[in-house]
Design a protein around this ligand. Structure first.
Ligand SMILES: [Zn+2]
Length: 349
């Protein structure tokens, strides 16, 4: 478990009292893209720089790379080998949308690693809330990549956290209880890869709100899917979100998840090139607040991934994602266990 922990000094004495929301990045691993390629690769670096400049309480750390064994928790070995070994066919590369390179492999491993680090900090580090400044690669299936997604960060992290949870809890007070997880996927595109990976796994609940007429055009059934019409605005979106979240909690009954993955896509924004919805920046901030509050009220630790964002002006996307981090920071500050820690510290004990 220690091998992919972030820098050990982060977890030294005093860590819990002083550490802010942890955000993990992998933006120095930039893909070489052909001229004219439309993927906004620089958004990851811009988001980290914006976070460092304007949210000093959000400490940013570099993610470690996910190993083949960790990837194999959610991916078929043949897919991992084809990516790692550079034997992807032209069709497979086209479906991903990126040409293969060594850097693509490294970046994909780091992006998964960043979600793993965030989930671990949120769940085992006692933070309650932590983030990956990239990730949310929800179009990746067990056996193939798609739509700019090579490996499915959330699927790997969910399975790895379940394994670590079992190992950590086993024998403490009888048999370990299964760690349930929920994926709240609010990227504007449906989380088809994630839904397919967990279709027959009741321990991971999948919820997706997405544009009905957007990619992927062949959607996979999640536990809850909400298809939104083109042009959907703040009020309709937030109303649908409330209904979907309440339905998710109702479906869980007394057995709430212990861990959530929140894909806080910026692509439902009205100025997104690909989104087709009409959410304002204020509407997206309210979306983030509602999700984070719902999780905090239930004591469900959450790892955020930034997921998609293709603003006509890249700075619009970065501003939306920076705001998501700001909301995450507010939720981290209000995290109940953290308040208890602060109270202990302030009382001098
Ligand atoms: Zn998207």
């Amino acid at each position: 478990m220690q091998d992919i922990f972030a820098a050990p000094q982060q977890f030294g004495p005093g860590f819990l009292e002083s550490a802010p929301v942890l955000a993990y990045h992998s933006d120095q691993f930039v893909l070489p893209l052909p001229p004219g390629h439309s993927f906004p690769m620089s958004k990851y670096r811009l988001l980290r720089e914006a976070a460092e400049a304007t949210l000093p309480d959000v400490r940013v750390a570099q993610a470690v790379a996910a190993s083949d064994g960790e990837l194999a928790l959610a991916h078929e070995p043949a897919w991992i080998d084809a990516v790692a070994g550079g034997t992807l066919s032209a069709a497979q590369q086209r479906e991903i949308g990126f040409p293969w390179s060594e850097r693509m492999v490294e970046r994909s491993r780091r992006s998964v690693g960043a979600t793993v680090c965030a989930a671990r900090a949120a769940l085992f580090g006692g933070e309650g809330v932590a983030a990956n400044l990239a990730g949310g690669t929800h179009h990746a299936y067990a056996h193939k990549g798609s739509g700019y997604c090579v490996f499915n960060d959330v699927a790997v992290a969910a399975r790895l956290m379940q394994a670590e949870w079992h190992r950590d809890r086993h024998g403490r007070s009888g048999p370990a209880r299964l760690l349930r997880a929920i994926v709240i996927d609010l990227d504007v595109h449906q989380g088809n890869g994630t839904a397919a990976i967990f279709r027959d796994d009741p321990s991971v609940f999948t919820l997706s709100l997405h544009g009905a007429h957007n990619f992927p055009f062949r959607k996979e059934p999640s536990d809850i899917d909400v298809d939104l019409p083109d042009g959907c605005g703040d009020a309709d979106y937030l109303g649908a979100l409330d209904i979907a979240l309440n339905a998710a909690w109702a479906r869980h009954g007394d057995e709430l998840p212990g861990l959530a993955f929140y894909l806080a896509g910026a692509d439902p924004h009205e100025d997104d090139r690909l989104g087709r919805l009409k959410l304002s920046a204020a509407g997206l901030a309210e979306r983030d607040r509602r999700v984070l509050a719902a999780l905090r009220e239930r004591g469900i630790a959450v790892a955020l991934s930034m997921a998609g964002g293709y603003g006509r002006d890249i700075h619009t996307t970065v501003a939306v994602q920076r705001r998501t981090l700001q909301e995450a920071l507010a939720s981290w500050r209000a995290w109940p266990q953290r308040q208890a820690l602060t109270a202990v510290k302030e009382s001098g004990s």
